[in-house]
Design a binder for this molecule. Structure first.
Ligand code: NAI
Length: 439
């Protein structure tokens, strides 16, 4: 029997069309699905996933189910679920606990629901399923474990965590957390850092977030980007995509803020202005944080901003803009449009916060385009298979997927686009791997 809690199961037909649309744009993952359907490599495997419940995730989850897995799906953000897609997945026999606009308690109830499946594999985007499971095993009590226990039930979490074969992690922030757990000797099963595949971060983080972040900002505000001063905090893979697309949309100035001197230098050489946030604050019309860090825009910055400044975050957690300080230090607050809240500061100026400071592309728009998730989720599907194939051989550490898998995904993607590349001749292969020959 399918266990589920979604907003409205009658939205399934609408959701199915969305999923079909995504499937049409995800040829690599669909070819993996075809193989999985034949070979059933995940037969009898229970998977607990915390992923943004989007049409692209639906394509992944259906692929895992085609491979024989039983999937329990929780969201990876309280605001990112597409309710019609969640309903469509229930119809497909997936256990789903997700709706758009969950409270923190409901969100961790969803994580607990995924854990209640007693998974063989965990799939994460931000580390909440594996992270909460580890906290439960370690006896750590906080908001996440308190609410997760309401749905996960009382069990032997030490035994459970030891029985998990492995997990995957989709995003930079999650990978950083699992590496920190490994460093502190707390990681209890292997994690495949899907984010670290080239076919993931070079495309998803850069081009996917680059486009979809602007999609979110524009859908929320409908402001004209041309002629604006845009401030991008962080020049990692996400930040460079957001900055690049700001320029493409005609921003008059694109300013980057950084803490890493190499990344700052790259931004300068890419033709962007670089300065501290304390200076950029006075100049920007639109601010977008993409650092994975905390309080990158604080009250001291907001008080310097122009009247009408727009603030958005596209990093994983809602900690990059100090929303708490904004709440405490505003004279008034009102929702002026969906996902746009106007705060009047003590200096009388108004700033506009999008999507409560949660990742704007997934909260307001639809997340990354399917074409880019095709590669990210092919990595996820193959990582699940890799965990099973290597069960017992992997240590409780953070691993990358082998380069052959990464390159195979790129090869399939190129083929799906009808793009051919050259192959090394024998002579070339010998030459570039030798040290003897020169001029
Ligand atoms: P990254 O590690 O490549 O880049 C982050 C950059 O921020 C680094 O260059 C770092 O030096 C800089 N930074 C850190 N603290 C800063 C501060 N206080 N001020 C200015 N710069 C600072 O990470 P990546 O891949 O670019 O990811 C960034 C965030 O976006 C992460 O939280 C990640 O999980 C998230 N993400 C969100 C996606 C979405 O759909 N919205 C998609 C992919 C990643």
């Amino acid at each position: 029997m399918v266990e589920y809690k979604v907003r409205d199961a009658s939205l399934a037909a609408k959701g199915r069309l969305q999923v079909e649309w995504a499937e049409m744009h995800m040829p690599v993952l669909m070819s993996i699905r075809e193989r999985f359907s034949r070979e059933k490599p995940l037969k009898g495997v229970r998977i607990a996933a915390s992923l943004h419940v989007t049409k692209e995730t639906a394509v992944l989850v259906k692929t895992l189910a085609a491979g024989g897995a039983e999937v329990y799906l929780a969201p990876s953000n309280p605001l990112s679920t597409q309710d019609d897609v969640a309903a469509a997945l229930v119809e497909e026999g997936i256990h789903v606990y997700a709706w758009k606009g969950m409270s923190v308690r409901e969100y961790y109830n969803a994580i607990g629901f995924a854990i209640s499946s007693e998974p063989h594999i965990t799939l994460d985007d931000g580390g909440d399923v594996a992270g909460t499971l580890h906290k439960l095993a370690l006896g750590i009590s906080d908001e996440s474990t308190k609410y997760a226990l309401e749905t996960a039930g009382v069990r032997d979490y030490v035994k459970l965590v030891k029985s998990v074969l492995g997990g995957t992690e989709e995003t930079t922030t999650g990978v950083i957390r699992f590496r920190a757990m490994e460093r502190d000797g707390k990681l209890m099963y292997p994690i495949i850092a899907v984010n670290d595949s080239y076919t993931k971060y070079l495309f998803d983080n850069r081009y996917g977030t680059g486009q979809s972040t602007w999609d979110g900002v524009i859908r929320a505000t409908n402001v004209l980007v041309a002629g604006k001063v845009v401030v991008v905090a962080g020049y990692g893979w996400v930040g460079r995509g957001v900055a690049m697309r700001a320029r493409g949309l005609g921003a008059r100035r694109v300013i980057v803020t950084e803490v890493n001197p190499i990344r700052a230098l790259e931004a300068v050489f890419d033709g962007f202005e670089v300065m501290p946030m304390s200076e950029a604050a006075e100049l920007g019309d639109i601010f977008i944080t993409a650092t994975g860090d905390i309080r990158v825009i604080g009250l001291e910055h907001m008080l310097k901003m122009k009247n009408g400044a727009v603030l958005a975050n596209t990093g994983h957690f809602n900690v990059e803009i100090d929303v708490e300080a904004l709440e405490k230090n505003s004279i008034s607050k009102r929702e002026i449009r969906p996902f746009v809240v106007e705060y009047t500061l003590t200096n009388g100026r108004k700033v506009y916060l999008l999507a409560e400071g949660r990742l704007v592309n997934l909260s307001v728009a639809e997340g990354h385009p399917s074409e880019v998730m095709d590669m990210s989720f092919s990595n996820q599907a193959l990582a699940s298979e890799y965990i099973l194939r290597n069960a017992g051989r992997l240590q409780p550490r953070v691993y990358r997927l082998p380069q052959e898998i990464d390159e195979e995904i790129a090869r399939l993607k190129l083929a799906s686009m009808g793009i051919k590349i050259d192959t090394l001749t024998e002579e070339q292969a010998r030459y570039i791997s030798s040290w003897e020959s020169g001029t």
